[in-house]
Design a protein. Structure first.
Length: 280
């Protein structure tokens, strides 16, 4: 993977960064429009409409919105529970917007946490996520197996007093690979996921199985391998007493021997990173 050109990002990485910024711009714009009484389904549709107005026609997955204790995946047992519901937003209630557009062939998958008014508990969770971002980058650069990094994230959450909520995702993933997608005029979907993106993930899974790696970063044996070069959408998700918070963004992993080039976050100008900088 080519990561730098004359001290900057390659054209390909710039493409991924632009779509990731577009997705976060969407999340911030929709969050600013949320009002009491808005449902999760309406918030998800607001995200779809905002992105479609800007040319998005394909998705890794359609937008999600979770309100209240659904931000912590309380009592989630089956995949259908992740899809937006008629839960209405109330003052002080936490929310998470999760969206994964494909634009110009580039994929992003982002998570944005906020609340309608003050919510000191979620503010604390958001602040404590910074340590997870630092830990993940440090240990990927150390080339520790993904499964061990996952376990270290778990241990950090326990020390902080939180529950691991990304374990509720299918396969318990904290991250998954993202790749280029060939654009077509019409984008078929399967259970809310873009068929072409799923096809690419399945191809990675097949190739990885033969070569001893997986495109899913999980707590299971198939993730017991060193970080694989590529782009990973990483989403540590904390939960505490019915409140959840997470971020999701792209981590770039390369085969460079330079520690700083071996792994780095694609973009440090993101809402949660700016928030942490302002709080210092």
């Amino acid at each position: 993977m080519t990561t730098a050109v004359a001290g900057g990002l390659s054209a390909e990485l710039r493409g991924f960064r632009e779509v990731q910024r577009l997705a976060y711009d969407c999340a911030e714009a929709v969050a600013a429009q949320l009002r009491p009484g808005v449902t999760e389904r309406e918030a998800a549709r607001m995200q779809r409409d905002w992105l479609r107005e800007r040319g998005v026609r394909d998705w890794f997955h359609l937008p999600f919105a979770w309100f209240g204790d659904r931000t912590a995946f309380v009592n989630f047992r089956v995949p259908l529970q992740f899809f937006p519901t008629d839960r209405r937003l109330e003052p002080g209630m936490p929310f998470i917007l999760d969206l994964a557009p494909v634009h110009g062939g580039f994929t992003a998958d982002v998570g944005y946490s906020g609340s309608l008014g003050l919510n000191p508990l979620q503010d604390r969770l958001l602040a404590d996520l910074e340590a997870h971002r630092e830990l993940i980058l440090r240990e990927v650069r150390d080339r520790r197996p993904l499964r061990e990094i996952y376990e270290d994230v778990d241990r950090l959450m326990v020390r902080q007093g939180y529950a691991n909520r990304h374990r509720a995702y299918p396969f318990g993933v904290i991250a998954h690979k993202v790749d280029r997608v060939k654009e077509r005029p019409w984008s078929p979907r399967l259970f809310g996921f873009g068929a072409r993106s799923l096809k690419g993930l399945a191809a990675d899974a097949l190739h990885g199985h033969r070569d001893g790696w997986s495109p899913l970063w999980s707590p299971y044996r198939f993730s017991d391998h060193r970080p694989r070069p590529g782009l990973w959408a990483v989403e540590p998700h904390l939960g505490f007493r019915g409140t959840g918070a997470k971020f999701e963004e792209i981590l770039v992993v390369t085969d460079s021997r330079d520690p700083e080039q071996s792994a780095f976050w694609l973009d440090d100008d993101l809402p949660h990173v700016r928030r942490w900088a302002e709080e210092k």
